[in-house]
Design a protein around this ligand. Structure first.
Ligand SMILES: Cc1cc2nc3c(=O)[nH]c(=O)nc-3n(C[C@H](O)[C@H](O)[C@H](O)COP(=O)(O)OP(=O)(O)OC[C@H]3O[C@@H](n4cnc5c(N)ncnc54)[C@H](O)[C@@H]3O)c2cc1C
Length: 483
């Protein structure tokens, strides 16, 4: 017997769960499988940035995240003795102008509970073993913990199966990049002696970085770099005493860690695929890109891959749009992945400098630059991922630019969408947008009155930018998308 489904998702980490939620929200049949018997109990990715919160809000399930998380409003950089710079996140141009600190274990719990509320249950202890894209669909073999196998026929397969992705290997895509030969410690536990508790504390000590990220009241994530690796083998996980010795040595105040939940050593990998899929198979999240945790972008970027892919897949599956719509997924998200890797590398390089002259220069430049509100704002918009845009996407078209965000840019406000339908929102003079909604009833929804004419994508980016006299161009744009 071969089971049939519309979309098979391999992997129920935060990215697979986000994708499953989005597809289920649009009424698409999904199966989501994962060999792990339970979701992670580790804090791993700690931050939900503004853009992810906006997308969760638009999707209708941001509230449980806000209730479980804790806002952090900035960062404080010290050289081990003095505060070098303070960075505020208040300037982020978003209704969520902060970093929401929330352990990945909670993020996954909320996503899984929301998914169950939509009637989809993660199939645990089930791994994707192999697959074959035969043009009309994908034939996949699932392996269960009891050793039995099941054949599944899916219209589409998405590999959200993490850094060691079976889907990526199956597609034969190379994961270009490097493993940095430096060791890091991670510790998650309660700390006393750190104030204020709603900012990140970063010590650029001459012997290496020591960074504290608030998780909940009194609980902190600590990251410290140990310098170049002594050998190719994995460094042993630290003891609490070893972590405490670093805290005492590198911070300027007496910080004490107790009750460690998690102590680990790690190395940084920076790798990415060139294409996020081929044919009927896609990759999203760590399966497509991994990088340094500096900036806390990994999970956010992966979840936004999922938001980007979900509405496109839904419109194609529902027959509203042509399959060529899906070509824009890799173009858009691979460009974002490249940018995120570059930024994370820059932040990491700045953090691990050992040369005292370079360190002095870095500290002086940071102190100087962060004195300018505009630079602070730019840094905050980069970290919060609110500056992500798709100007070079095949989906971004400008007939004429008037007011407001340009083609490819994010629409900053919450959109009055029907949460069960992936549709473009037409913003402009009511007569023009009513006509577009009449001509393309499944693809376009009437939005608020405005002087310019814009078509805003279901994920909140401007697709078409024009003036009311450009109605014919807007129609052409929609006709090219429509199936
Ligand atoms: C120690 C550590 C610390 C981290 N700290 C941070 C941080 O501070 N900030 C940050 O942004 N990121 C951090 N990350 C990275 C972050 O956790 C990842 O970016 C995020 O988990 C990616 O989500 P994902 O869903 O793509 O992949 P994953 O979370 O890796 O999930 C992949 C899932 O796929 C499943 N799977 C594997 N093989 C198969 C298969 N054959 N079939 C089906 N399912 C399969 C796995 O069991 C897993 O559940 C950290 C990661 C680690 C390991």
């Amino acid at each position: 017997m071969v089971d049939k489904t519309s979309v098979l998702i391999a992997g129920a980490g935060p990215v697979g769960l986000t994708l499953a939620n989005e597809l289920a929200r649009f009424g698409i049949a999904v199966r989501i499988v994962d060999p792990a018997p339970a979701r992670t109990d580790k804090s791993k990715a700690l931050v939900l940035w503004s853009r992810s919160l906006e997308l969760l809000d638009q999707a209708g399930y941001v509230e449980p995240f806000l209730a479980a998380g804790m806002p952090a409003h900035g960062a404080q950089l010290s050289d081990g003795k003095n505060v070098v710079a303070r960075v505020t996140l208040d300037g982020i141009k978003s209704r969520y102008a902060y970093a929401l600190m929330i352990p990945q274990s909670d993020t996954e719990r909320i996503l899984e509970e929301t998914l169950e509320g939509r009637g989809v249950k993660v199939e645990r202890t089930v791994a994707l073993e192999s697959f074959r894209d035969h043009g009309d669909g994908v034939r996949a073999v699932l392996k269960k913990a009891d050793g039995t196998s099941e054949s599944v026929e899916a219209d589409w397969l998405v590999g959200c199966d993490g850094a060691h992705s079976t889907v990526r290997h199956g597609l034969g895509l190379s994961f270009e990049g490097t493993t940095q030969q430096s060791d890091w410690y991670l510790a998650d536990g309660h700390c006393t002696g750190l104030e204020p508790h709603d900012v990140m504390h970063i010590y650029w000590h001459r012997d290496g970085i020591l960074a504290f990220f608030p998780i909940t009241e009194g609980r902190w994530r600590v990251i410290a770099d140990l310098g170049p690796a002594k050998d190719a083998g994995r460094h042993a996980d630290p003891t609490l005493e070893e972590v405490q010795a670093l805290l005492t040595h590198r911070s300027s105040q007496p910080i004490v860690m107790t009750d460690a939940y998690w102590l680990a050593a790690f190395r940084i990998n920076e790798r990415k695929v060139a294409h996020y899929g081929t044919g009927r198979t896609f990759l999203a999240g760590d399966a497509a890109h991994i990088h340094s945790p500096a900036g806390g972008q990994g999970m956010n970027t992966g979840m936004q891959d999922a938001f980007n892919l979900a509405w496109k897949l839904a419109l194609v599956i529902q027959g509203v749009c042509k399959p060529s719509l899906l070509d824009s997924f890799s173009v858009e998200r691979s460009a974002v992945g490249d940018m995120v890797l570059r930024n994370a590398e820059r932040l990491t390089d700045a953090a691990i400098m050992r040369n005292p002259i370079a360190q002095g220069l870095r500290n002086a430049v940071a102190a100087f630059a962060m004195g300018f509100p505009m630079i602070q704002e730019r840094a905050a918009n980069m970290l919060s991922e609110t500056d992500i845009a798709y100007p070079d996407s095949p989906l971004s078209r400008t007939a004429r630019h008037g007011d407001g965000p340009r083609a490819g840019m994010r629409w900053p406000d919450r959109l009055p969408m029907d949460s069960a339908k992936p549709q473009f929102l037409a913003v402009g003079p009511s007569g023009v947008v009513a006509e577009l909604a009449r001509q393309f009833p499944t693809l376009v929804r009437m939005g608020p009155e405005a002087a310019a004419l814009k078509l805003i994508r279901p994920d909140g980016y401007v697709g078409f930018d024009g003036s009311p006299t450009d109605r014919a161009e807007a129609e052409t744009y929609l006709r090219e998308l429509a199936g």
